[in-house]
Ligand binder design. Structure first.
Ligand SMILES: [Zn+2]
Ligand SMILES: [Zn+2]
Length: 308
C-alpha cells in the first residue's frame, strides 16, 4: 500500500511555515509514511527553481526525488524525530494550486484548482501562459483573473497534465462554494466537463457526504492535507495499491481502476467549514438552526457563511 498526499504548499504561499523546503517536506513524509508528495506551488518561479535544483527526474517512473537522498540525521534536523532507518525516499509530483477569480454569468466566481504537471519543462510552458494573466511571484497559490475552464484548457494542451477541483465545498473558494461557486460542474467547465475525472473532498467533507450527491457518482474522490507546514502533511491522504509511474497514478484515478484504493479521512466535523456561522461572532450552526434564523447571524445581523 502506498500513501499519496497530492495537495500541499511551499513557504512561498501565504500563511505557510517558513521551514517549508523540499527536504523538510520529504522528511515529514518519511516519518508519516507518505510515499508520494505533491511539490506544491509549482507555478512559483523561485520554488520551481528550487525544485529544479534539488530534485531529479526519474525516467523510469516519471516521478521526481531528492538529488541528495535523506539520511536519518537529515530527518532529525528537519523534524527533531530520530528514525532507526530511512525505509524509503519520498517521490514528488509537480503540483500547483491556482485561485481563479473571475466573472461568469454576471456573478463573481472564486475557486481553487489543483494542477498536476509531468515535468519541469511543461511546468515552465504552463507558467508562461499563466504569467500573462497575473503575477506568479506574488503567492505560491497565485490569484489569477482566469476562468477555471481556460485553466483546464491549458492543462489539456499539455500531455499528461491534469486539473482537479480543490476542496470542492468550502464556502469562499471552491467550485460548489456557497459564496461564489456553481451548482454544477457543467456550469463551470461546460463542454470540457467530461475531462474532469476526480474531485478533492477537502477537510470539511468526506466521501460518504459527497456520495449523497448522485451528480458526483462518476467522479473519483481524492483527499489531501492542503498542508501549510510539514506537521500537517498527511492529515488526509490517498491510498494506492501500487504506483508504478506518474502516468499510472493518474490513469488509476481516470479509469477508477483497482490501483486506487480510497482515502484516509479526518473527521469532517472538525473542518473549519463543516458548519455554518460567523467565527468572529462565535456562531456555529447546523443547517436546521441556520434555516430557523433565515441564514442571518443573530449577533451581527449579516448573512451567515454557509458551510459544507
Ligand atoms: Zn485552496
Ligand atoms: Zn491549498
Amino acid at each position: 500500500m502506498f500513501r499519496a498526499d497530492l495537495h500541499i504548499h511551499s513557504r512561498f504561499s501565504r500563511a505557510t511555515s517558513k521551514n517549508l523546503t523540499l527536504r523538510n517536506l520529504a522528511s515529514h513524509a518519511c516519518i508519516k509514511g507518505i510515499h508520494f508528495l505533491g511539490t506544491g506551488d509549482c507555478t512559483h518561479p523561485e520554488w520551481l527553481q528550487e525544485i529544479e535544483e534539488e530534485l531529479v527526474y526519474d525516467d523510469n517512473t516519471g516521478f521526481y526525488r531528492l538529488k541528495k537522498p535523506l539520511g536519518t540525521q537529515d530527518i532529525e534536523e528537519q523534524t527533531n524525530i530520530r528514525l532507526k532507518e530511512v525505509s524509503f525516499q519520498p517521490q514528488f509530483v509537480l503540483q500547483g494550486e491556482i485561485s481563479c477569480i473571475y466573472k461568469k454569468d454576471n456573478t463573481t466566481r472564486k475557486n481553487h484548482q489543483l494542477i498536476y504537471i509531468p515535468d519541469i519543462e511543461t511546468a515552465k510552458k504552463i507558467n508562461a501562459k499563466l504569467a500573462r494573466i497575473g503575477n506568479l511571484n506574488a503567492d505560491g497559490r497565485p490569484m489569477l483573473g482566469l476562468d477555471a475552464k481556460i485553466l483546464l484548457e491549458y492543462a489539456l494542451e499539455e500531455k499528461h497534465s491534469y486539473l482537479i477541483p480543490a476542496h470542492i465545498w468550502t464556502p469562499w473558494f471552491s467550485i460548489f462554494g456557497s459564496k461564489s461557486g456553481f451548482n454544477t460542474l457543467e456550469e463551470c467547465f461546460e463542454d470540457l466537463t467530461e475531462e474532469i475525472f476526480a474531485l478533492e473532498t477537502g477537510l470539511s467533507s468526506d466521501p460518504p457526504m459527497n456520495r449523497l450527491c448522485s451528480a458526483l457518482d462518476r467522479y473519483v474522490l481524492i483527499s489531501n492535507s492542503d498542508a501549510h507546514s510539514g506537521e500537517n502533511l498527511g492529515r488526509e491522504v490517498n491510498i494506492f495499491h501500487a504506483v508504478p509511474t506518474y502516468q499510472s497514478l493518474f490513469e488509476s484515478l481516470r479509469r477508477k481502476n483497482a490501483f486506487f484504493y480510497g482515502t484516509v479521512e479526518f473527521y469532517p466535523e472538525e473542518g473549519k467549514y463543516f458548519a455554518d456561522g460567523h467565527r468572529n461572532c462565535g456562531i456555529c450552526f447546523l443547517p436546521e438552526e441556520s434555516e430557523k434564523h433565515k441564514n442571518i447571524c443573530p449577533v451581527c445581523g449579516k448573512p451567515l457563511t454557509i458551510g459544507v
